[in-house]
Design a protein around this ligand. Structure first.
Ligand code: PLP
Length: 458
């Protein structure tokens, strides 16, 4: 059978036989089969059955400028024709990586001047932790080793990134995680950790959990606090505005470095260029990925402050760290073109000023849905938390898989709508229109209603 002759079923047979998918229950996949995507344009993806799906998730929070932008294809092709690969290990560089490094630092506070490239968010987090170790060793404080991360955090799937993650399945039994120098504190998840409190008072309380843990461990042993500006995979957990200033005050007080993982929030998700712009954060190390290339090619960047980089450069000698694809020319060229598109088309500004308030208002109409206990959002990231009992906030048993059920109901109706635990998440492309958002929310409601019926709630 040729490629063109293969129908959906034929692809599903091969998929089942050979392709292990990330974050997938393969027993369940065997029963349902995969949807086979073939084409994307704007906010839509089409499958082999010719069905159109509106992507309420920007892929995995990455396709910020939408699918099928010819300028990005051209940027990759031009770069590949000119210089398809270039290593930077031994005193060689190339124009796309240098230009992109300079561009990124120009978009950030003056203290953030140095950029290291990798292919993924997970690798960026590995880089950051190796940097932390190197830094504290070089400045003569090798005992500063513990990294304080948060519950429900997601930082990736490599060993250290999974350790930093606080979503418990990331530390599955027998996986030897988290690694010994990582500890987790509670997160600014008001619905579960501070229900009924004044939000700004709750932000201060949630930050105090960092100080408590620093004092327990001893500041002399703490290397860094590690966090996403707002948490996406943890279920759209958005801190009150009082949280980050207080976290930074505590970090400075105890000389604990601040690492901010902007892999999802960077490049417009909050309606500002970076989550740090939205919450007023000045990190010592910061990671971006995903939206850096709008998912067209894999690229992440670890952006490093002068404080850390100067020590590494002046005292570190050779830093034994790097990846074959660090600063890959085509990825850097695509990132530069992606940033140009975001800037010249005012996409981030429109997301913040026009789309985000519309998105929030639409999301809030779900507060009275019989399944929804909490509604949360920042910019174009939102979550609707499903509960069994709205009065007591009791959750459904994990085995009920109610979020997955809702997700499947949405997909049947043509919407990619993901369950993070029992929180239904939306992160549409930043180029979505208000009319397209109406469609997203209409389908989301139908999916929730169908789920409520299935579970006997309505
Ligand atoms: N950091 C955050 C905040 C993420 O959400 C993710 C992925 O979703 C990662 C890191 C890991 O990125 P990658 O999947 O590219 O390794």
């Amino acid at each position: 059978m040729t490629y063109q002759e293969m129908d959906t079923q034929a692809w599903q047979v091969l998929d089942r036989a050979h392709y292990l998918h990330p974050f997938t229950d393969h027993a369940s996949l065997r029963q349902t089969g995969s949807r086979v995507a073939v084409r994307g344009e704007g906010v839509y993806v089409w499958d082999t059955e010719g069905e159109r799906i509106i992507d309420g998730l920007s892929g995995l929070g990455c396709v910020n400028v939408g699918y099928g932008r010819p300028e990005l294809v051209k940027a990759a092709a031009d770069q590949m024709s000119e210089l398809s690969y270039c290593q930077s290990f031994f005193k060689t560089t190339h124009r796309s990586a240098v230009t992109l490094a300079e561009k990124l630092t120009s978009m950030l506070p003056d203290s953030l001047n140095h950029v290291f490239f990798q292919s993924s968010g997970s690798e960026a987090n590995e880089t950051a932790v190796r940097l932390l170790r190197r830094y504290w060793n070089l400045v003569g404080k090798p005992q500063k080793r513990v990294i304080i991360a948060r519950e429900l955090a997601y930082h990736g799937s490599t060993h250290m990134a999974a350790s930093l993650s606080g979503i418990t399945p990331m530390h599955f039994a027998g996986g030897d995680l988290p690694l010994p120098t990582v500890t987790h504190i509670k997160t600014p998840y008001q619905y579960r950790n501070g229900f009924g409190m004044d939000p700004e008072a709750f932000g201060i309380l949630a930050a105090s959990w960092l100080e408590e843990r620093i004092l327990e461990i001893g500041a002399d042993n703490v290397a860094a606090f590690y966090a996403e500006p707002a948490q996406s995979a943890g279920g759209a957990i958005c801190p009150p505005m009082s949280y980050w200033p207080e976290i930074q005050r505590i970090g400075r007080k105890y000389d604990v470095l601040l690492v901010v993982d902007e892999v999802v929030m960077g490049f417009g998700r909050t309606g500002k260029w970076f989550g740090r712009d939205f919450y007023g954060i000045v990190p010592d190390i910061m990671q971006v990925g995903k939206g850096l290339t709008s998912g067209y090619l894999p690229l992440s960047a670890t952006i490093i402050s002068d404080r850390v980089a100067d020590v590494l450069i002046e005292q570190g000698g050779e830093w034994a760290h790097g990846y074959t694809y660090s600063g890959h020319p085509a990825c850097c060229a695509v990132a530069l073109e992606n940033i140009r598109i975001l800037e010249e088309e005012g996409i981030v500004e429109n997301a913040g000023k026009v789309l985000a308030p519309y998105f929030k208002a639409k999301l809030e109409t779900f507060a009275d849905h019989p399944l929804i206990g909490d509604v949360r959002s920042v910019g174009l990231m939102g979550g609707l938390e499903i509960v069994k009992n709205k009065a007591t906030r009791e959750a459904y048993d994990y085995e009920a898989h109610i979020g997955d059920h809702c997700s499947a109901e949405a997909l049947k109706r043509g919407l990619a709508f993901r369950a993070n635990g029992d929180t239904m998440s939306l992160m549409p492309p930043l180029v979505i229109t208000t009319e397209q958002l109406d469609t997203v929310f209409d389908i989301a409601r139908e999916a929730l209603d169908a789920t409520a019926k299935h579970f006997g709630v309505i």
